[in-house]
Design a protein around this ligand. Structure first.
Ligand SMILES: [Zn+2]
Length: 301
């Protein structure tokens, strides 16, 4: 998992909160519930990850019925049709929708797996694509958070639909991509099994090590260590590059092409490793965390 970094977070947040309110079906609520939700709607939609539990608890304390909340915030065939999240996420919705949010966020790599691209393309008369929006707190159990900005995690379809499935996430059990940097808590490591590891993928394994319990849950629920075994070819190339490119050669490359091909030494290292290797850049290309961690271990960077 990689922390979501957004240039204009405030802009995206305010735009979302302003526009998505129109999709809440207040008529589905009892009068006292409606008054409560209307009064607190900004707090609900803008709630930071650390405030989610408070939003949920206060709705319970005020006896807001979950089924009516589903009809107000979620929609879909069982809960009143094209309203709430159902309307927001529908391709046919011509007013503000999930494509607009995705376009504003520009999260181009899945923050959960750092393996798949999640570009947004929205053009008239053309095919469109966008990331899925995973509900960090699932919308079936917590409908009050179905439209809340920080509960909508842009992610790849595999992480959202295939891997997370019905796993229960909470701020107390899992790292949150808007709040926490997995990069601080977990590291990919090479586990060498025998001396053929220079040319044989069967001779090593990739480990994802962490001592943090919330990072462990992310690792397990998205099967990260298992999936990353499928990227051994990249790691094998790094092992071989370490042999082929001694530090003196990297220095020579930099001196030779500084100002023409390469702006700085980072550019040379990206050219060699194939990944963005600075911490702030690992959300720019798939597998950058794997490449960075293993390259560090190999003393390549
Ligand atoms: Zn993913």
């Amino acid at each position: 998992m990689i922390k979501i970094n957004i240039e204009d977070l405030e802009g995206a947040l305010n735009n979302h909160v302003e526009n998505v309110q129109d999709y809440i079906n207040y008529d589905a609520l009892e009068n006292r519930e409606r008054i409560y939700i209307e009064k607190n709607i900004e707090y609900i939609l803008k709630a930071k990850p650390d405030e989610f539990e408070d939003v949920i608890m206060k709705a319970r304390q005020n006896n807001i019925d979950n089924n009516r909340l589903k009809k107000a915030f979620v929609g879909g065939s069982k809960y009143g049709g094209s309203i709430g999240y159902s309307k927001f996420s529908s391709k046919g919705t011509s007013t503000y929708n999930a494509y607009d949010l995705a376009q504003k966020l520009k999260v181009n790599i899945c923050p959960y797996c750092n393996r798949n691209y999640t570009f947004t393309i929205k053009e008239k008369n053309s095919k469109s694509t966008r990331p899925d929006f995973d509900h960090f707190y699932d919308k079936g159990t917590y409908p009050i958070l179905a439209l809340s900005f920080y509960n909508l995690i842009p992610s790849c379809i595999l992480c959202n639909s295939r891997l997370k499935g019905r796993a229960k996430f909470s701020i107390n059990t899992h790292l949150h991509p808007y709040k926490d940097s997995f990069n601080d808590y977990a590291k990919f490591k090479l586990k060498v099994l025998d001396s053929k590891f220079y040319y044989d993928e069967k001779s090593f394994e990739i480990k994802l090590e962490t001592k943090n319990n919330k990072a462990k849950k992310i690792k397990e629920d998205f099967a990260l260590e298992t999936l990353y075994q499928e990227h051994k070819d990249i790691v094998l190339e790094l092992i071989q590059k370490r042999e082929v490119y001694p530090d003196s050669y990297i220095d020579d490359l930099f001196q030779q092409y500084e100002g023409t091909l390469f702006k700085n030494r980072e550019d040379v290292l990206r050219h060699i490793t194939g990944g963005y290797i600075e911490d702030k850049d690992i959300d720019k290309r798939p597998l950058s965390k794997l490449i960075k961690d293993i390259s560090e271990e190999l003393d390549l960077i």
